[in-house]
Design a protein around this ligand. Structure first.
Ligand SMILES: Nc1ncnc2c1ncn2[C@@H]1O[C@H](COP(=O)(O)OP(=O)(O)OP(=O)(O)O)[C@@H](O)[C@H]1O
Length: 774
């Protein structure tokens, strides 16, 4: 589907008709007969099709051609090879055509995408939507890959329509999107990027929006996207239709209230099914000690060289490290890696490449857990335990899609076995235990040790992988399954090729912060105590809950910083209630929703409280604040940190629809918000440039120094610093290739007094001895 002309023709269409036997001077003559214009025919078609909506009998919908759909959609479906509707399509499409709000739930790979795309096309067609009408439908997806995939299906099915569609995801130039978005009728997007356009694109607005679709709705509505989604909804007209789809649909009243659903229809076609996973999926689990995981995975890959498999891990760093070492090991099958911090073209490239491959191993985080429709995947391996049963369902759903077969294997640590199996059982997931044959297991530990010794980059990734895995365990809310204390950390480090386990600073830091808070509250001094603490959980993080409804582990798409995000706070009074009560409660909470902070209200609040904002804090190379904060000017701007989100789109200004700001005309406390924004952006750019220059100069000096002191002992010290801004900024993370070099601190002789260098030397010595011995 391309941006095109509005359907129909102005004026009369002429049809040439030859009339025989018309005699005029004995000659045959051609005459023209007036025919009905296209637009009139279409109007009639719309009328006829619409009349049929109320008489649809779901039992009679055996083929798509039985649906009351436009000829354009029928042609599109036929062209894309869709003839027989799936259960969810048969159940949800008629309701959506009648204008109902729908909560669609069906197993993974059961065709939910078409269940919402068909109504989108039909609604806009019936409204005779044209590019001049702007945005008529929004389809929101949690990840860029899923948005891209949905867009591709839309293009195929909507090819005959004269509607325009656009893909609005992060990772490419905002300007290029801005030019086209105002004439786009169907916007397929990720939440962060959409909000960015709502805030920054002058002519983009959704005031005439007819239809909002949330794909993977439970994920979009969970805590990771909460602020963004609330802000988006603020900018949408209340009178609209809303469709929510997911394999693990939310029924949370609180979630639904945020969207102001109107008497929604809950369509769960597999509710009475014996299992909540596809029936052609064979599922098994094995119990494996943490240090044995990589050996077992590698052995599995080696023994399935002709298979196409997806391997899920908890964090980007683990994926990166495993990718690096598996590539070096050359198992005999293509190894690929997909995670959230890759640059967008690369992500798309890997996604498409893996789609095409007959056999390959895709190592990934939960960025690929939901919705992606890779063809013909044989195996889904979960190397790290999923956050909960819902995440499990989405991950395994990458195989056995649409009547195909597939296999899934879950790795569980002994400490995870009981708790996780209990959860899976509650969710009706049939899974069998299997054992690893120790005779068939290869050990790659020695090789990994060599890689780490030869290449500091590999060692760096091993260290980060170690830390990130432990932190991901630490941050899981379900302590019955995830128990950091039970993990053999030293052996685990050695299994990654490290001679010594890196320091686990995040625990110490957290412990110290907790003590400080305690001291403050008690008002008495408490003696400080060093060492690794027990991993008690922060109260802000969700309390233990065996089967959380909506957290889907997509935090692992993210990197270290994002792992630290609280995914969902379970409120004490929150529970999934029967939908019968939804409508009533929706109204009740609607008023509360209206109080969502906007830019103006935040600014006013700050001014009232006399809070100084726009404070510049300088950071050193490692991200630690340097010197006291400098207040630039008093301004009514609120912090935007809450808008940074999973799809890498960092929202630069707080939530506010552009039209409300009216480009600076709206003034808050005498400050033009638009001017202030512009000023801040300029200053920000200047600061960044200066900081880059400073770092470059420092590096130049260091290099000079190194050259001068050639012959002296030059050590490369790598540091794994977790938490706070010591982690690379988003930009740095994006600059993936240069990331490692940015983190390598050079210590020349005794120049660097960081205690870490001692550990580093011991570490290297130990590793060398270990390798010599072996
Ligand atoms: N009516 C149909 N006929 C044939 N194939 C279909 C039909 N509907 C969907 N499919 C195919 O089934 C596969 C899965 O569809 P889709 O991606 O929509 O599933 P889903 O339910 O959204 O899965 P998930 O829960 O993982 O997001 C796709 O390859 C799609 O082309």
């Amino acid at each position: 589907m391309t941006p095109g002309q509005h359907g129909g023709e102005n004026g009369w269409q002429r049809e040439r008709v030859e009339e025989e036997a018309k005699r005029q001077g004995g000659k045959r003559q051609r005459v023209f007969r007036k025919t009905e214009p296209k637009w009139k025919t279409e109007l009639k078609e719309i009328e006829t099709v619409r009349e049929l909506y109320d008489t649809i009998d779901v039992e009679e919908l055996a083929k798509f051609s039985d649906f009351p759909l436009s000829k354009r959609t029928q042609d599109g479906l036929r062209g894309a090879g869709y003839a027989i509707p799936t259960d969810i399509q048969r159940a949800a499409i008629p309701l959506a055509l009648r204008g109902r709000d729908v909560l669609g739930a069906a197993k993974t790979g059961s065709g939910k995408t078409l269940a919402f795309l068909v109504p989108v096309l039909e609604l806009l067609w019936a409204e005779r939507w044209s590019p001049d009408d702007g945005v008529g439908a929004l389809i929101v997806s949690p990840t860029r890959e899923l948005a891209y995939q949905t867009f591709e299906v839309l293009r195929r099915v909507g090819v005959k329509h004269d509607l325009s569609a656009g893909l609005v995801i992060g990772g490419k130039s905002l300007q290029s999107e801005q030019e086209a978005i105002e004439r786009t009728n169907i916007v397929v997007c990720t939440p962060g990027r959409l909000l960015q356009h709502m805030d920054e694109t002058v002519n983009f607005h959704c005031s005439s929006l007819k239809l909002l679709v949330l794909d993977e709705a439970d994920r979009i509505l969970d805590l990771g996207f909460q602020a963004t989604v609330n802000a988006i909804v603020e900018n949408l007209p209340a009178e609209r239709q809303t469709l929510l789809f997911s394999a693990t649909q939310t029924k949370s009243v609180r979630d639904l209230a945020r969207l102001s659903l109107q008497d929604p229809e809950y369509v769960a076609v597999h509710q009475n099914s014996q299992s909540s996973t596809p029936h052609r999926l064979v599922q098994s689990y094995l119990v494996c000690e943490l240090p044995e995981k990589l050996n077992t995975l590698y052995s599995f890959v080696k023994s399935h060289l002709s298979a196409k498999m997806i391997v899920f891990m908890s964090s980007c760093k683990q994926v990166k490290f495993t990718y690096e070492v598996f590539c070096r090991l050359r198992p005999g099958v293509p190894i690929m890696a997909l995670y959230g911090r890759q640059k967008q073209p690369r992500r798309v490239g890997i996604y498409e490449d893996f789609c095409r491959k007959k056999s390959a191993v895709l190592l990934c985080t939960d960025v690929a857990a939901r919705g992606l429709d890779f063809p013909a995947v044989d195996w889904v391996i979960q190397l790290d335990c999923p956050e909960d049963a819902n995440t499990y369902i989405h991950r395994v759903g990458r195989t056995a899609r649409y009547e195909k077969e597939g296999k899934a294997l879950l790795f569980l640590l002994p400490s995870e076995e009981e708790g996780m199996l209990e959860q899976l059982q509650t969710k009706k997931i049939p899974i069998q235990g299997i054992r690893v044959n120790p005779k068939k297991t290869l050990s790659i530990q020695k090789k990994l040790g060599q890689f780490c010794a030869q290449d500091p980059e590999v060692k760096h990734w091993a260290q980060r992988s170690f830390i990130c895995y432990l932190r991901s365990v630490h941050l899981q809310s379900n302590k019955r399954v995830f128990d950091l204390r039970s993990l053999p950390t030293d052996e685990y480090a050695r299994s990654l090729g490290l001679a010594q386990a890196p320091r686990i600073r995040f625990l110490k830091r957290e412990e110290a912060a907790r003590k400080r808070a305690k001291n403050k509250s008690r008002g008495s001094a408490v003696s400080s105590e060093d060492g690794v603490s027990s991993p008690t959980h922060d109260s802000a993080v969700a309390p233990e809950h065996g089967d959380s409804e909506s957290s889907d582990g997509s935090g692992s798409e993210s990197d270290d910083g994002e792992i630290l995000r609280v995914k969902r706070v379970i409120q004490p009074d929150e529970s999934d209630q029967d939908l019968a009560t939804t409508h009533h409660d929706t109204r009740e909470t609607e008023t509360k929703q209206k109080k969502v902070a906007t830019k103006v209200s935040s600014a006013k609040r700050l001014l009232n409280k006399k809070i100084k904002v726009n404070t510049h804090i300088k950071f050193d190379e490692e991200g630690a604040p340097v010197g006291p904060p400098v207040t630039e000017q008093p301004a009514g701007e609120s912090s935007d940190s809450e808008h940074s989100e999973q799809d890498d789109t960092v929202h630069p200004i707080p939530i506010q629809h552009y039209s409300e700001i009216e480009r600076g005309r709206l003034r808050v406390g005498g400050i033009s918000i638009a001017d202030a924004q512009e000023l801040m952006r300029k200053r920000d750019r200047g600061d960044r440039a200066r900081e880059r220059e400073r770092i470059r100069t420092r590096h130049r000096e260091l290099r000079k120094k190194m050259k001068k002191t050639a012959g002296m002992d030059v050590e490369g010290e790598e540091e794994v610093v977790i938490g706070g801004r010591s982690e690379a900024s988003d930009e740095e993370e994006e600059e993936e290739n240069s990331e490692t070099s940015k983190r390598i601190k050079l210590s020349i002789g005794g120049d660097d007094d960081d205690a870490g260098s001692d550990v580093q030397l011991t570490d290297d010595e130990e590793l060398a001895l270990h390798l010599l011995n072996s």
